[in-house]
Design a protein around this ligand. Structure first.
Ligand code: KG4
Ligand code: ZN
Length: 345
């Protein structure tokens, strides 16, 4: 099955072509140059940029891979995301569906992140998935590619949002996660610098807004523009604190699942923040302690991309699912309906 994936949920316009579980080609047009001026994504500008970029991106794709004009499946991120941005991708996908006769599939962007590593290795179920991106920090129980339930979530800022806001306070670019990671490279971690946020409870939720406040309080000690060992230690301690917090809650989730007699055969981490080397290393140690394999996508599959959307769409189509042209876009914060039709059951 040849699947064309379309991703426009936030500020990356992306398309990819996947044949079963093989990635043939992937393209991404980011908008960092536009949003960096504002220190975050401006929704109205994001949708306009998607509209401007999506046609030329498709032209580039079919020039490289003429087969992309005749896909079996067209998979598109339907949410959660910025509504105006999603609508551009959905309208384009629906137009292509009409023109090509392909099967349309609306994909949950978060599920696509969590399943992305399936393009590189065999996924293992049931597993616990940690999704860490700019908009979400979720712990999910993953029974199968289509049975994924959220068991922990952020109450305020997502981990990526915390990185982005801290980078902004330091005068860095948007998105800021990589900037903080790179500044922290070689810096000495001070575990006492920041309290691991929202651990002193019994739940699986996250709250990173307190960390942001703690960072702001220490900031005057780091004058902008000069990269000192103290600044490196500061940034290394931010990454360390976020990594340890994520790992502690994931371990707590695993303990709860095991205590309830529910099988867990692997840990999965996905999303843009999963590209962070400190967090990847911490998760490797966590999985080792838990005695479970850790499934991590390679760096290009961590941040927003269309390969994961195409792959996820292919998995759903293989279960006999499809959408009609009434497929709706779902904004951030709203539940994604399970409204696919079954072409066979
Ligand atoms: O998954 P993603 O590309 O988009 C969303 O669905 O949100 O994630 C973007 C987030 C941004 O907040 C960005 O700062 C963060 O991922 N990010 C990182 C790194 N690379 C991207 N955070 C920490 N370290 C990184 N190396
Ligand atoms: Zn994403």
């Amino acid at each position: 099955m040849l699947c064309l994936g379309i991703e426009t949920s936030c500020d990356d316009t992306a398309m990819a072509l996947v044949q079963d579980d093989i990635l043939l080609h992937a393209l991404t047009a980011d908008q960092n140059d536009v949003h960096t001026l504002f220190g975050g994504v401006v929704p109205e500008l994001a949708s306009r940029e998607h509209y401007r970029r999506i046609g030329p991106l498709y032209d580039t794709l079919i020039t490289a891979w003429p087969e992309a004009a005749r896909p079996d499946i067209i998979a598109v991120s339907r949410g959660p995301g910025l509504l105006g941005s999603l609508l551009v991708g959905l309208a384009f996908a629906k137009g292509l569906t009409l023109a090509t006769g392909a099967t349309l599939l609306g994909v949950n962007h978060l599920h696509a992140h969590l399943l992305a590593a399936g393009l590189e290795r065999k996924l293992i179920f049931p597993s616990l998935g940690l999704l860490v991106s700019g908009g979400h920090t979720h712990i999910c129980r993953m029974e199968s590619p289509s049975a994924i339930s959220i068991i922990g979530r952020t109450l305020d800022d997502a981990a990526g949002e915390a990185f982005d806001k801290i980078a902004k306070m330091l005068g860095g670019p948007y998105p800021g996660g990589r900037f903080i990671e790179e500044l922290g490279r070689g810096g000495t971690v001070d575990p006492a610098m920041f309290t691991k946020p929202y651990l002193n409870n019994d739940n699986l939720d996250f709250s990173f807004s307190g960390l942001k406040t703690a960072v702001a309080a220490r900031l005057p000690a780091y004058p902008p523009g000069s990269i000192t060992p103290a600044l490196r230690s500061f940034c290394a301690s931010v990454s360390w604190c976020i990594a340890e917090t994520l790992a502690a809650k994931l371990m707590r989730a695993l303990t709860k699942e095991r205590a309830a007699g529910r099988e867990v055969n692997a840990l999965i981490m996905a999303g843009g923040v999963a590209a962070n080397s400190v967090i990847r290393e911490t998760m490797r140690k966590t999985a080792e302690t838990a005695g479970l394999p850790l499934i991590l996508p390679s760096l290009p599959l961590c941040t927003d991309n269309a390969a994961m959307v195409a792959y996820c769409g292919g998995l759903l189509a293989a279960e006999g699912r499809q959408h009609t042209l009434s497929l709706s876009a779902v904004a951030r914060g709203q539940a994604i309906p399970d409204d696919a039709l079954y072409s066979y059951a």
